[in-house]
Write a protein that binds this ligand. Structure first.
Ligand code: ADP
Ligand code: MG
Length: 384
C-alpha cells in the first residue's frame, strides 16, 4: 500500500495530528522528545499491530486519555483502490485492547491484518541485533519471514510448544511416568520437532541466501567499499542439504537424549541457531565500530526491503529513526543515494533537516514536530 495520510488521536504525546505523504522522502525533524519516533511507531503499529518499543498497548495511549486512534489512508496499487486502516486502543478497567478495521470492517486476527501496510523500520536499538544474543538475531530473521510467509508464524509457535513439551518430559515435570512411557513421548515430540524444525531451518537459510547479495552490495555502497561484509546462517548441525534436514534433526535429537536429560532441556535445533554477520571475516558484534554496525544493520534491512517487492512492484515503506546520528556526512550521503534507487517511500526522523543529505532529484516533504504537534514546512530542495 502506498501511504497518503496518517491521522493520530491521543497516540503517545500526539493529541490530534495529521500528516500527508507523497512519493520519496518525508523528513520529520524536531528537538528530542518532540514526538518524531512516536509517529514512526504509529505507522509501524498500523502495519504489525505491535510497537517496536514495547510489548504492551497501554503506553501507546496518551497519558490520562482512555482511547487512542490511528488512521492510515493509502492506495492499494495491486487492486488500484484507496484503502483505509483504522486501529483503536481502548484502555479498560482491567486491560487495554485494540480494535483493528480495514475499510470499515473489523479484522480480529492480527495475522489477517498484518502486512496490509508494509513497513520496514530501522532504529538505533537495532544494533542489539548484532551485539545481542543469537535469540535477537533469530528474531530478526523470523520477523522478516512473518511478513513474507504467514505460515512461518504458526510454525514458530508450534515448534516452541514442542520444545516446551519435550523439556517437560526431560525434567519429568509432572512426574509419574514409566521410562518406556517417557521414551515414547519423546519419540513423538522429536518427530514433530524434526518436521517443523526443518521447515523453519530451510526458510531461514533461503531468506539469508536471498538477501546476501543485496546486503553485500548495499554495505559496499554505504561504506564506500573498503571492507567486505558477509552474512551466514549458522546451524548447530552444520551445513545440511534441504532434503536431509528433517532426518538430521531427528537423528541428532535422538542421539542427544541422555545429554538433554542431564541438562533438562533441548540443546539442539533451530531454537539454538544463529545468524553470523561478519566484517572482514570477524564477527561484527564484537569487531565493528558503532558507525560500521549501523551501516551493517541498515544494509540487512535494505536487503530485506529489496526482496520484499510484491508483484505490483511495491516495496515496503522504509522508516528510519535517527539514522544520521552516527553516520558521518559522507556515509549519510552514500546511504541516501543508495536509498533513492531502492525505496519508493521513506520516512526519516532527525533533530535537524540539514543532517539529511537529499539527493538532488529526490522529492522531499518536511514536517517540524514540536511537543506533540506537527507543522508542514517548506525547505529548499537541498537544505544545507
Ligand atoms: N503515553 C504517553 N502519553 C504522553 N506522552 C508520552 C507517552 N508516551 C511517551 N510520551 C512522550 O513522548 C515523548 C517522546 O517522544 P519520541 O517520539 O520518542 O521523541 P523524539 O522526537 O525524540 O523521537 C516524550 O516526551 C514522552 O514523555
Ligand atoms: Mg526519537
Amino acid at each position: 500500500m502506498r501511504l497518503s495520510q496518517l491521522e493520530l488521536r491521543n497516540f503517545r504525546n500526539l493529541r490530534e495530528v495529521q500528516l500527508t505523504f507523497g512519493p520519496g522522502l518525508t523528513v520529520l525533524f524536531g528537538h528530542n522528545g518532540a514526538g518524531k519516533t512516536n509517529i514512526l511507531e504509529a505507522l509501524y503499529f498500523t502495519s504489525t499491530l505491535r510497537s517496536f518499543r514495547c510489548s504492551e498497548l497501554g503506553p501507546l495511549v496518551l497519558r490520562g486519555a482512555r482511547q487512542a486512534a490511528v488512521t492510515v489512508t493509502g492506495r492499494d496499487l495491486q487492486l488500484g483502490l484507496d484503502s483505509k486502516l483504522h486501529v483503536q486502543i481502548n484502555r479498560g478497567e482491567r486491560s487495554t485492547r485494540r480494535l483493528a478495521q480495514a475499510d470499515g470492517k473489523t479484522v480480529r486476527s492480527a495475522v489477517d491484518f498484518y502486512g496490509r501496510l508494509r513497513t520496514i523500520v530501522f532504529t538505533p536499538e537495532d544494533l542489539t541485533i548484532l551485539r545481542g544474543s543469537p535469540g535477537d538475531r533469530r528474531k530478526f530473521i523470523d520477523r522478516a519471514l512473518f511478513a513474507r510467509e504467514r505460515i512461518h508464524i504458526s510454525d514458530i509457535q508450534a515448534y516452541e510448544k514442542l520444545v516446551r513439551s519435550r523439556n517437560h518430559v526431560l525434567r519429568d515435570d509432572f512426574g509419574g511416568r514409566t521410562p518406556a512411557n517417557r521414551e515414547q513421548l519423546l519419540d513423538t515430540y522429536e518427530q514433530g520437532l524434526a518436521e517443523v524444525g526443518a521447515r523453519i531451518w530451510t526458510r531461514r537459510v533461503d531468506f539469508i541466501s536471498a538477501i546476501r547479495n543485496g546486503f553485500q552490495t548495499t554495505y559496499r555502497q554505504i561504506s564506500g567499499g573498503k571492507t567486505a561484509a558477509e552474512v551466514r546462517y549458522k546451524s548447530g548441525l552444520g551445513s545440511v542439504g534441504a532434503d536431509q534436514r528433517e532426518a538430521a534433526l531427528r537423528k541428532t535429537l535422538r542421539e542427544r537424549r541422555s545429554e538433554d536429560f542431564r541438562r533438562g532441556r533441548t540443546t539442539t535445533g533451530p531454537h539454538r541457531d544463529d545468524l553470523e554477520v561478519l566484517l572482514d571475516d570477524q564477527i561484527a558484534g564484537t569487531f565493528a565500530s558503532q558507525g560500521q554496525s549501523r551501516a551493517l544493520m541498515l544494509s540487512l534491512k535494505l536487503a530485506e526491503l529489496q526482496i520484499s517487492q510484491n508483484p505490483a512492484g511495491q516495496a515496503p515503506i522504509l522508516l528510519l529513526d535517527d539514522v544520521s546520528s552516527e553516520l558521518d556526512p559522507q556515509r549519510s550521503r552514500q546511504l541516501f543515494e543508495a536509498l533513492q534507487g531502492l525505496v519508493h517511500q521513506c520516512v526519516v526522523t532527525t533533530t535537524a533537516p540539514h543532517f539529511i543529505p537529499l539527493p538532488a532529484t529526490w522529492a522531499a516533504h518536511h514536517f517540524e514536530i514540536s511537543d506533540g504537534s506537527v507543522r508542514k514546512v517548506s525547505i529548499g530542495d537541498n537544505p544545507k
